[in-house]
Design a protein around this ligand. Structure first.
Ligand SMILES: Cc1ncc(COP(=O)(O)O)c(C=O)c1O
Length: 378
């Protein structure tokens, strides 16, 4: 068998006709940027999440930068975040001139450890930027209570968690402002780059709409603030809008696959992701953990299964962040996660035979390890 980590070609087959039709229509029409399809996509996401301001933009990194700019964060400010995430969760903080202040993750789900946040707060802390890693919503009850107590706004990086819910509350609703990404491999992935800012706050929504078009308001060429160009193309918005109708089903299928893996791997010597309920994890990645990660990855590759490592180096150890003064050992949980995590294919088009084969190959690896254990003498 040959199983890729994600199969975008298979996904495209199911939406190709509608997307090709839309592309022709848009090209005939020549309304190419921020038109009816951007509006439609914004309405769809606002409807699903219940968040009134959904502002499309060029990519997820810009969505984070726009969110921080809207909160007025800049030079001299500190933003608390996790060291175990995709780079731009923290680069966005540095790019607006602020200082990322890392807090370690919790072992159970690799999300930021709420118990460590308060200790990291200083008079310069201007936001807590959480990341719903791999699609699982953070412990927002505790985190929002901390934010309220200290009067610090919360930013949600929900690039991996669009459609996740805790009870009836969708990701993006917990904090003051949220950013998501439509990078092609995301649960809702586009035919190019794309992103969106979500907020319940009118003041922030209005500001983001201006910031993404050079700080212009209603009046053309009057720049109320120094914004930048972060608009979404119509063709990309249209494709996302077509795919949007499948998102709930895709998320559900990912969760079912995760449940299937967990059920069939529960007795093997790897740490499985936790599934707390039916909605709060949408399994952008299904990540298991083992000390023998590299050997497991090699074994799966030899047998035609491609896996991913998210993320091999935690952000506090990235060369570009050396100026922050962290060192090996600063965040033991994040460092351990970086050494032990391995993401299995969990894309919605995965066939049952492929899932069974993946399970079989993980099991055969673990059995081999047991056989190879030296026999201890009594
Ligand atoms: C957690 C997280 N934050 C931010 C981003 C940035 O999104 P983009 O690649 O669209 O800039 C990504 C995706 O790549 C991500 O996974």
């Amino acid at each position: 068998m040959n199983i890729p980590p994600i199969n975008l070609k298979a996904q495209f087959k199911g939406v190709k006709n509608d997307i090709m039709k839309g592309i022709r229509e848009i090209l005939d029409d020549q309304k190419l940027i921020l038109g009816q399809y951007c509006l439609k996509l914004e309405e769809q996401v606002a409807g699903m999440t219940g968040i009134p301001h959904a502002v499309s933009c060029a990519n997820g990194t810009d969505a984070l930068i726009l969110s921080l700019m809207a909160l007025g964060i800049g030079h001299g400010d500190e933003v608390i975040t996790t060291p175990y995430t995709f780079f731009s969760s923290a680069s966005s903080i540095a790019l607006v001139g602020a200082r990322p202040v890392f807090v370690d993750i919790q072992e159970c789900d690799m999300n930021i450890d709420p118990g460590l946040i308060e200790k990291a707060i200083t008079p310069n802390t201007k936001a807590i930027a959480v990341v719903h890693l791999f699609g699982k919503i953070c412990d927002m009850k505790t985190i929002t209570a901390i934010g309220q107590k200290h009067n610090i706004p919360i930013v949600e990086d929900m690039a991996q968690a669009l459609g996740a819910r805790r009870g009836n509350v969708s990701a993006g609703n917990f904090g003051d402002i949220a950013a998501t990404s439509f990078y092609p491999t995301k649960n809702l992935g586009g035919i190019g780059e794309g992103g969106m800012v979500l907020t319940k706050r009118d003041d922030l929504g209005e500001k983001v709409r201006k910031l993404r078009v050079h700080g212009m308001g209603e009046k053309p060429y009057i720049h109320e603030m120094i914004g930048f160009n972060s608009r979404l193309d119509e063709i990309k918005a249209m494709a996302l809008s077509v795919k949007f109708s499948k998102l709930a089903l895709w998320n559900k299928t990912r969760l079912e696959t995760a449940g299937y893996y967990n059920m069939h791997l529960r007795d093997v010597a790897v740490t499985l992701p936790i599934i707390e309920d039916e909605t709060s994890h949408i399994f952008h990645h299904y990540v298991l953990r083992t000390d023998k990660r590299d050997a497991l990855q090699a074994h799966l590759k030899e047998n035609g299964i491609m896996t991913g490592i998210y993320y091999p180096v935690p952000l506090h150890l990235q060369p570009c962040f050396s100026y922050l003064g962290y060192a090996e050992g600063s965040f033991p949980m994040a460092e351990k996660a970086a050494k032990t995590s391995l993401a299995m294919p969990v894309f919605p088009e995965l066939k049952k035979t492929e899932k069974d084969y993946i399970i079989k190959m993980i099991r055969s690896f673990c059995e081999l390890q047991v056989e190879e254990q030296p026999v201890t003498q009594e």
